[in-house]
Write a protein of this length. Structure first.
Length: 584
């Protein structure tokens, strides 16, 4: 009996030891040693990195290339799996590693064209930013090369090998973010569906209006059918967000700045909170860098070395979503005698045909044969109805999607220049190259300036902006772009503050169409009320504002709901609900 007990005890100790070793090698061995000294071949000079108690790296470099190389190494060290998912999303390669069920997701991603657009951006990118992205990529890949036996557990569980990082992936990341911030296409599909089913007067009543009595960024003086077939597109997008473990809504950002006349220090104070969807790990990666003695700190995105919102020695900025309408859907007619052509113009009573641009894609599928599929593209964009076919609804028509994110633009270059700007003029000049997604930049600097700049490339349109457009009628085409100098902006207003909470940017006298689906005014009303509550404001007051949970909207709705509940009679029992609402 004692022998059996000893054998059992020995086996238990052995199993426990194996389990402890497995846990160590799986979960603890891959963790970085934050006190280590590394010799990296890609560095030209020594770089010092210190971590504060919050896990934020502080990087001190004397060469710019070394700085961006180091950021790449640190991003990979802390967020390699997150970056790999970004690569799969950008290239449309989920099925290659995770199985056949994700083929529809890959078709969706490739049809939207993130990778193809990133390649075109790369071809035209300024050499200065491209060289820094090359250094960043080398840093990422150096970490992988040195740690192939200590990769995060996700790689072991999925059998995925890290994909070499390239500058193209960083450019693609900017377009993935632009698409996530695109709030208009969901609504246009919904309104296109309603248009097919409702009389025009009722449809008009469902289009939100934002009265000029509510706060706008610029005041009056400054301002002077087929859709139902695309509903599966929304379902696919929701599946993508679920796969990325993104929860919640990305709408709800706020930012404000007050000038020195309103602060204890006599200098401006800026605060911002860019509400993004919740995901694991967190979206942002905070850094502080010191280059040539100049400081820059703020939030980066794993996959790009640029500070998206933050501060340097001279100025600070934060962002909110402009809520801009940068997407349209077009109906396209095929040539009945040649399915390889579509009608580009029929205004003179005679159809003019153009050939589809064809992009052939090979989808590799895990443990299955490769799949070939074709993407057709018109002058208005990719044929979305090819991946969401519904002949009963579309008939002989095809549906294409035109999105400003398909245009070549250089947000990485713009943000790099913003990162190291030293004045209001340099900051504003850099914004001219920021096109997608449309964003509001709230700004403050040591010279005492505060400002709100809206930046983004938005089309000039004729016809109703929310409904499907006729691809065969040139009058429905985009008629150029709203000039950057005519985008909404406010500089050093007499109120002493600027603020935005995704609210309407202008009064009705503003000459251009920017958006329809602004956020309701209750949040900006609350922010302005709190900014005016005290004559002198402090950073502590700003912190209280960011934690404030009072809702003007809830107050207004409660006053409507309570009389209804009180008069409901005995049909329903609201005895517990009414006291809560009365005391809310």
């Amino acid at each position: 009996m004692r022998i059996l007990f000893r054998i059992g005890l020995l086996l238990s100790v052995l199993i426990a030891g194996i389990a402890i070793l497995a846990i160590y090698w799986t979960f603890y061995k891959p963790l970085p040693d934050y006190g280590a000294t590394l010799r990296l071949e890609g560095l030209e000079e020594s770089v010092e990195v210190h971590w504060d108690p919050y896990g934020v790296p502080h990087i001190y470099a004397s060469r710019e290339r070394d700085l961006y190389y180091t950021i790449g190494y640190l991003h990979a060290q802390d967020r390699l799996w997150q970056m790999t998912l970004t690569q799969l999303a950008a290239e449309g390669r989920f099925a290659e590693f995770l199985g056949e069920e994700l083929v529809p997701l890959d078709r969706h991603q490739r049809t939207l064209g993130f990778w193809e657009t990133a390649n075109r951006i790369e071809e035209e990118a300024p050499d200065e930013i491209h060289q820094l992205l090359l250094a960043y990529s080398e840093g990422v890949n150096e970490y992988v090369a040195r740690n192939r036996r200590n990769l995060p557990i996700e790689f072991t569980l999925t059998g995925i090998e890290p994909i070499p990082w390239t500058p193209t992936h960083s450019y693609a990341l900017s377009r993935l973010m632009a698409w996530e911030m695109n709030v208009s296409w969901w609504s246009e599909i919904a309104y296109g569906t309603l248009y097919e089913r409702l009389p025009g007067q009722i449809l008009q009543e469902l289009i939100p209006e934002y009265s000029d009595q509510f706060p706008t960024t610029m005041d009056e003086e400054q301002s002077a059918g087929f859709a139902q077939s695309l509903l599966p597109m929304i379902e696919t997008e929701e599946m993508i967000r679920s796969r990325f473990q993104k929860r919640g809504t990305s709408v709800g950002s706020n930012a404000w700045a007050v000038d020195g006349s309103r602060t204890e220090s006599g200098l401006p104070i800026l605060a911002g909170d860019p509400h993004m969807s919740l995901n694991m790990p967190g979206r942002w990666y905070e850094v502080h860098v010191n280059l040539f003695g100049r400081n820059l700190s703020g939030a980066t995105l794993p996959g790009a070395p640029i500070v998206v919102l933050g501060q340097n020695d001279e100025l600070a900025w934060s962002l909110t979503n402009m809520m801009s309408d940068d997407t349209d859907f077009f109906l396209e007619l095929e040539n009945p005698d040649d399915p390889g052509q579509y009608v580009s113009d029929s205004l003179n009573g005679e159809a003019i045909y153009e050939s589809y641009e064809i992009r052939n894609e090979i989808l590799r599928v895990k443990e299955k044969d490769d799949q070939l599929f074709q993407i057709r593209i018109t002058e208005n964009g990719p044929v979305i109805s090819d991946i969401y076919p519904n002949p009963g609804l579309t008939g002989d028509s095809q549906i294409t999607m035109k999105w400003t994110g398909h245009e070549v633009s250089h947000e990485m270059w713009a943000m790099y220049r913003i990162n190291w700007a030293e004045s209001l003029d340099q900051f504003r000049s850099a914004l001219a190259d920021f096109h997608s997604p449309g964003q509001n930049f709230i700004y403050a600097d040591r010279s005492g300036n505060i400002a709100h700049f809206s930046a983004g490339r938005l089309p000039v349109r004729d016809h109703h902006p929310l409904l499907f457009r006729n691809g065969w009628d040139p009058s429905y085409d985009w008629q150029g772009w709203i000039p950057f100098d005519e985008m909404p902006r406010v500089l050093n207003p007499s109120t002493g503050y600027v603020a935005n909470a995704n609210n309407k940017l202008h009064t009705d006298s503003y000459p251009h169409y920017i958006a329809t689906f602004w956020e309701p005014p209750s949040r900006i009303q609350r922010i302005e009320n709190l900014l005016m509550e005290q004559d002198t404001l402090s950073s502590e007051w700003f912190q209280q504002m960011q934690l404030d949970d009072y809702s003007i909207h809830a107050q207004e709705i409660t006053e409507i709901i309570l009389p209804i509940l009180r008069s409901s009679g005995n049909e329903y029992d609201f005895s517990q609900v009414i006291p809560y609402l009365e005391n809310w």
